[in-house]
Design a protein around this ligand. Structure first.
Ligand SMILES: [Zn+2]
Length: 311
C-alpha cells in the first residue's frame, strides 16, 4: 500500500534555489516499477495535516517563525551558490503546504500499515526536526507527529522507530526521550553531521571502516530493541544516503553498495512482517540522481511481501 501524490514533486527552482534533495524519488520509483511490471502501480493520495497537528510536537513560536523566509533558508542550509539569479520567485514559506502534505503521507502510511500490515510513504522521514527548531532539510517531524496523532486516537500504543538513515535520528530521539512507549533505534554513521548526537533508546554507531559489519550491527540492534520492547507498529526510516552513490559530501563516511542496502531493507521488512508487526516505511535522506534505486528495491520488496506485486 503506497502513499504518494504528484504534488510531492516540488520544483524548488520556483522558489529561487536548487538543491540535490529536489529530485522526486517517489515518481522515479513508480516509473521504474511500472516499466518492470507493465502496469501502473496504485497509490493512495494523502491529505495535508493541519497546523494544529504540527502543534502536537512543535512549539507555537517555531511554527510562527515559519512565516519568515529566513527560517527556511536556515533549515535548508541555503548558501549563496544554491540561489538562482534574482527573479520573480515564490516566497519560501509557501513551501509549508508541501511539508504538511508529505507529513500527511506519513500519517496515512502508518494508518494503512495498521490496517494491512505494510505500507510506505514515498517521501517524508524528517527526523532532524526538533520541537522548536527545524534543521538538516527537516521542517516538521512527520514521524513524531504521526505517532502522536495515532496514539491520541488510541489506534496504537507502542511504536518502534527503526532509523537507518546515514544521519542519527536526533530530532525524533529528543522528542521521545522520556516516552517509554516509543522506542527509538538509530543505526547511523558516527562520523559526520550532526556533530552533537542525541541519546536514542538504542544507538548503533557505525564507523567508516565498518562497512562489512553494517548488516550485522543492524540486525543486532533490532534484536536488542525487540528483546526489551514489544511494539504494535514499526516506523522504518529507510534513508538511502548511506548509499555509495549518494552525492551529499557529508555522507562520504558510509559507502554501502546497492546490494547491501537491498539486504538491509529486506531484513527490516521481513523481520517485522514475520512477527506480524505492522510496518510503515518512509524515505528520509538520499541525495543525487542515483539514490532512488535504493528506494525502488525496498518498495518493490514491500509490494511483493504484501502481495500487491507477484514474483
Ligand atoms: Zn540523512
Amino acid at each position: 500500500m503506497l502513499v504518494y501524490s504528484p504534488s510531492y514533486n516540488t520544483d524548488l527552482r520556483k522558489y529561487g534555489f536548487d538543491k540535490p534533495f529536489a529530485l522526486d524519488r517517489g515518481q522515479m520509483v513508480l516509473d521504474a516499477l511500472q516499466q518492470e511490471y507493465g502496469r501502473a502501480i496504485p497509490y493512495l493520495l494523502p491529505e495535508a495535516i493541519s497546523l494544529e497537528d504540527a502543534g502536537l510536537i512543535h512549539s507555537r513560536d517555531y511554527l510562527e517563525s515559519l512565516k519568515n523566509d529566513e527560517s527556511w533558508r536556515e533549515i535548508f542550509e541555503l548558501k549563496e551558490e544554491d540561489l538562482l539569479p534574482p527573479g520573480n520567485y515564490e516566497p519560501l514559506h509557501n513551501l509549508l503546504g508541501d511539508i504538511l502534505l508529505k507529513s500527511g503521507g506519513t500519517l496515512l502510511a502508518c494508518r494503512k500499515a495498521l490496517e494491512t500490515g505494510l505500507a510506505a510513504n514515498l517521501g517524508g522521514g524528517y527526523h532532524h526536526a526538533f520541537p522548536d527548531q527545524g534543521r538538516g532539510f527537516c521542517v516538521l517531524n512527520d514521524i513524531a507527529i504521526s505517532i502522536t496523532k495515532l496514539r491520541r486516537k488510541h489506534l496504537v500504543e507502542r511504536v518502534i522507530i527503526v532509523d537507518l538513515d546515514f544521519h542519527q535520528g536526533d530530532g525524533t530521539a529528543y522528542i521521545f526521550r522520556n516516552d517509554p512507549d516509543v522506542f527509538t533505534l538509530s543505526v547511523h554513521s558516527q562520523e559526520g553531521w550532526p556533530d552533537e548526537k542525541q541519546e536514542s533508546d538504542l544507538d548503533v554507531p557505525v564507523y567508516s571502516e565498518e562497512t562489512e559489519l553494517y548488516l550485522e550491527k543492524t540486525t543486532q540492534g533490532i534484536d536488542q530493541a525487540l528483546s526489551s520492547f514489544d511494539p504494535q507498529l514499526c516506523l522504518f526510516v529507510a534513508g538511502s544516503d548511506p548509499y555509495e552513490l549518494d552525492i551529499l559530501p557529508g555522507t562520504r563516511f558510509l559507502r554501502l553498495s546497492l546490494e547491501r542496502l537491498r539486504q538491509r531493507d529486506e531484513l527490516v521488512i521481513n523481520r517485522f512482517h514475520d512477527l506480524k508487526i505492522p510496518l510503515a516505511m518512509v524515505f528520509a535522506g538520499g541525495y543525487g540522481p542515483d539514490v532512488w534505486r535504493v528506494h525502488h528495491q525496498a518498495v518493490r520488496h514491500l509490494l511483493l511481501k504484501s502481495g500487491i506485486l507477484a514474483q
